[in-house]
Design a protein around this ligand. Structure first.
Ligand SMILES: Nc1ncnc2c1ncn2[C@@H]1O[C@H](COP(=O)(O)OP(=O)(O)O)[C@@H](O)[C@H]1O
Ligand code: SF4
Ligand SMILES: [Mg+2]
Length: 314
């Protein structure tokens, strides 16, 4: 069976200008990442801020081209698809959905935007919008309001309605609950979970919050400095993490501060400069198990007891 998403050795390099004399900095935000998501599955992606999660989301959505490697969605290269076809297949849900929209636009019109772009108008459009608002648990009267009149949770429901109004098969969620209060986060997570089951959707679910990812994903990938250092089924990853970085991340969530979404990974604030990646294993300056060879030899992913792990010693 064709995977819903297949990412093959995807790399995305950004050039950051640092001024006339110092030359440009090259950032390999995503650096040789491979994985696949089976149809109907939910792959959670976790990692600290700056590790490349949002860049990877934009590569999968086709909003950003890869520098090398490729992304296949239902067996097709995104690069070969036009925008309208892509929108019918794969849609995003972002953290701050309306920051770029006209604040005077009504909710009904916001949800209708993808339909409008496909030439679906009039009664058909209105019916689909109403159906979606109900589906995401919003009262019909909300359609006449503007985003500022809604709570954070309601706004995220609107974003989900807009993402699903074209009945796509794949949804990429990038920190969809990170701006919400903890109690509201749970409601939105449960809604996303329920929609995936009912509509047979495939998710990529990105968050820096391990508890959130554990709740919704059936498989989890851990990113560090542009690489995927461990991938496994959710239960296996949380019960028996293999990579030292995953172990540190998990240890950090055992003592969470209530309401604080950002984990302290317990590794200090030594997140390396992404333009100057450490040689060998890029985690070695922070790894408690590091040995001399770790600074010299770059690990490649290996299968270890059902986990795909990138560590020389595992
Ligand atoms: N458009 C861009 N131009 C230059 N650098 C970028 C751009 N987008 C992201 N980056 C850099 O790429 C790295 C990964 O960023 P991002 O994918 O946003 O990480 P995350 O979502 O995990 O926080 C960071 O170092 C960030 O500064
Ligand atoms: S390769 Fe070495 S430094 Fe890297 S994670 Fe494994 S033990 Fe740690
Ligand atoms: Mg991000």
């Amino acid at each position: 069976m064709t995977a819903a998403i297949e990412v093959r050795d995807a790399t995305r390099v950004f050039r950051q200008s640092t001024g006339v004399f110092s030359g440009d900095r090259l950032i390999r935000a995503v650096d040789g990442v491979s994985f696949s998501v089976e149809s109907g599955g939910c792959l959670g992606i976790v990692g600290e801020s700056g590790c490349g999660k949002s860049t990877l989301a934009r590569l999968i959505l086709g909003l950003l081209p890869t520098t090398s490697g490729e992304v296949l969605v239902e067996g097709q290269r995104l690069a070969d698809m036009d925008r309208k076809a892509r929108a019918r297949l794969i849609q995003p849900v972002f953290q701050d959905p309306f920051s770029s929209l006209n604040p005077r636009r009504r909710i009904r019109d916001i949800v209708a935007m993808p339909l409008q772009a496909q030439g679906i108008t009039g009664r058909a459009q209105a019916d689909r919008v109403e159906e979606m608002l109900v589906r995401v648990g919003l009262p019909g009267a909300i359609g006449d309001r503007v985003p500022a009149q809604l709570s954070g949770g309601q706004r995220q429901r609107v974003a989900i309605a807009r993402a699903l109004v074209l009945r796509p098969r794949i949804v990429v969620c990038d920190e969809p609950t990170s701006a919400l209060d903890v109690s509201v986060q749970a409601q939105i997570l449960n809604l996303l979970d329920e929609l995936r089951r009912d509509l047979g959707l495939t998710y990529v679910f990105i968050s820096h919050n391990l508890a959130v990812v554990e709740h919704i994903s059936d498989r989890v990938a851990v990113m560090y400095l542009g690489r995927m250092v461990e991938q496994a089924g959710t239960d296996a990853l949380f019960a028996a993490p293999k990579h030292p970085y995953t172990q540190a991340l998990l240890a950090s969530v055992l003592t969470p501060e209530p309401g604080l979404g950002v984990p302290d990974v317990g590794l200090g604030d030594l997140y390396p400069d992404p333009a100057n990646v450490p040689p060998g294993c890029r985690f070695h300056p922070r790894c408690k198990l590091a040995q001399a060879r770790c600074a010299l030899e770059a690990p490649v992913p290996r299968e270890v007891a059902g986990h795909r792990v990138e560590c020389l010693l595992v």
